[in-house]
Design a protein around this ligand. Structure first.
Ligand SMILES: Nc1ncnc2c1ncn2[C@@H]1O[C@H](COP(=O)(O)OP(=O)(O)OP(=O)(O)O)[C@@H](O)[C@H]1O
Ligand SMILES: [Mg+2]
Length: 241
């Protein structure tokens, strides 16, 4: 469903990563791991073109995002949801408006249809009673569940998560991971940057390990955690455990 070909990103002369190749199939849950500064966020931002790659291709169902026109890109990007560490909700809009904004504006849904769908999705994460409040009154765990619902409201084909639980109080981490586990069960395609090793081990189909500008390992969680192939991965894991 997603194919990444020879993807390279430089900031001026600084090569962040070079010639990455990877493939994501429908329903795959991928955990993207690696040390701080490895380029994980930069890579995720390239996948949905929030950051422009220096060269290479990102094919979504065969269509290259990198060479698409601005107009095509608006449509293609509706298929790629994104959830950030810091939630990035609009503080001056209600939870409901946060969720319905893009479906109405970008997908042309009617307000009524978008709101019905928003309520339905909020129910699935236990937050329908928060539809009319503003983000400031939510806990971190609630805000992140709303951010996930906002991504789901667009019916994405894939959701990218950049450390969705890193900003949360420890006791709130579980409620967000549970929502993500539920999505995995429902076969949502996801690429997740995370430091939650147990989650990565138990929920992922594949681990991608990024270090020194390369995807050094792409393998099953079992393989990665029990038999890492590279010295970098071994070092990374020894620091994690
Ligand atoms: N806009 C930018 N301009 C210049 N350099 C950048 C920019 N964004 C990121 N970088 C550099 O790219 C490298 C990778 O950063 P990135 O944030 O992608 O790492 P990361 O793997 O997500 O790290 P972390 O685990 O700490 O979030 C870093 O050296 C960073 O300084
Ligand atoms: Mg990052």
């Amino acid at each position: 469903m997603i194919k990444i070909e020879n993807l390279t990103k430089k900031f001026k002369n600084n090569v962040i990563f070079e010639n990455l190749n990877a493939e994501v199939n429908k329903g795959d849950v991928i955990s993207l791991l690696g040390p701080s500064g490895a380029g994980k966020s930069t890579f995720l931002r390239c996948i949905n073109m929030l950051g422009e790659p220096t060269s290479g291709k990102i094919l979504l169902n065969g269509k290259d995002l990198v060479s698409s026109s601005a107009k095509e890109l608006i449509q293609l990007r509706t298929k790629i949801g994104m959830v950030f560490q810091g939630f990035n909700l609009f503080e001056n809009k209600s939870v409901l408006d946060n969720i319905t904004l893009a479906p109405i504006k970008v997908k042309g849904m009617t307000k009524e249809a978008a709101e019905n769908k928003a309520h339905e999705l909020l129910k699935t994460v236990g937050l329908d009673n928060k539809a009319n409040v503003f983000p400031a009154s939510l806990s971190g765990g609630q805000a992140q569940r709303v951010a996930i619902v906002r991504a789901l409201a667009m019916d994405p084909e894939v959701i990218l998560f950049d450390e969705p639980t890193s900003a949360l109080d420890p006791e709130k981490v579980g409620e967000v991971l549970n929502v993500m586990k539920e999505l995995a069960k429902q076969d949502m395609t996801m690429i997740i940057v995370t430091h939650e090793m147990e989650f990565a081990k138990n929920v992922s189909d594949q681990i991608w390990f990024m270090d020194e500008g390369k995807l050094q390992e792409k393998q099953t969680p079992d393989g990665f955690f029990n038999q890492p192939q590279t010295e970098n991965a071994k070092r990374f894991l020894s620091k994690m455990i």
